[in-house]
Ligand binder design. Sequence first.
Ligand code: ASP
Length: 320
Amino acid sequence: MNRRLFFNRLLIGFGSASIVKERGYALKKKNKPMVKTPISICTWDFKKANFQAGMALESGKDALSSAIIGANVEEENPKNSTVGYGGTPDREGTVTLDAAVMDHKGNCGSVLGVKKVVNVSSLAKDVMEKTPHVILSGKGAQNFAIKNGYKLKSLLTEDSKKKWMEWKKKPIYNPNTNIDNHDTIGILCLDKKGNIGGVCSTSGLAYKMQGRIGDSPIIGSGLYIDNNVGGAVATGLGEEIIKIVGSFLVVELMRNGKTPKQACDEALLRIYRKNKSPKFQIAFLALDKHGNSGSSCLQEGFSYYRYKNNTNKNLKVRPI
Ligand code: ASP
């Protein structure tokens, strides 16, 4: 090879290398996923559940899986009398659980009136992923759980049984004054990819009629997510939430430009106006796709947890 040819090749080599390098950089830049700061928000004072969801997000788990990790904490907590194991039974003394999940693609799953299965939010996800259906109820949901390796366990603890026996002496169903007994767990997570997923899990209202289902497992009422907009969850007197398809309404209001707080307020006002001076509790909690959160409630006593950057904060919500 003569000297000129050698230098020419060297130059071409340098040139093409730098083009490749440039292209490589350009490609890398274009394809580089935007890493978002994960956020988790959770109804009521479920500090540990929200923290676990936040930790799962930090470790890179997707939004729905993280929300379920959080919900499982309360489902397994015998001291929580309104979610999972230790939940308050119906009038006949049977604990039945409801749960719904939704992911960023708009997939959803739910289970209604399930007996003896603790982690119903995981079960709802299995319905979503492993069946051609969206909802399974009662015995069918339980059989599906058994087939998928869930262990059956009595959900009635000594404590919840004692309280039920006490209630039976004067069996008045009064969810209006039951503010302290609304403790459904609703978690919304925003993961590092900027996707939103969520869960709603409950044992329903204390001493409900046998077979009663509330808003929590009804997609659009207790939970709704649209990844282009945000997500919402609800807690409180389910019958009133169902009547306005509450969580769907909150998300649609955000789509129309409302902030999460404004959307929750407006949805709640619809219930407020229909029920002059309502004594029951209802709260909405919303998260938009940018990570802004907001909430609204009817009565004193509602707060929510918000996890971001290793901080898990309790935020009190003033009634509208
Ligand atoms: N919303 C639930 C239901 O009506 C109850 C609750 O939030 O505690 O079943």
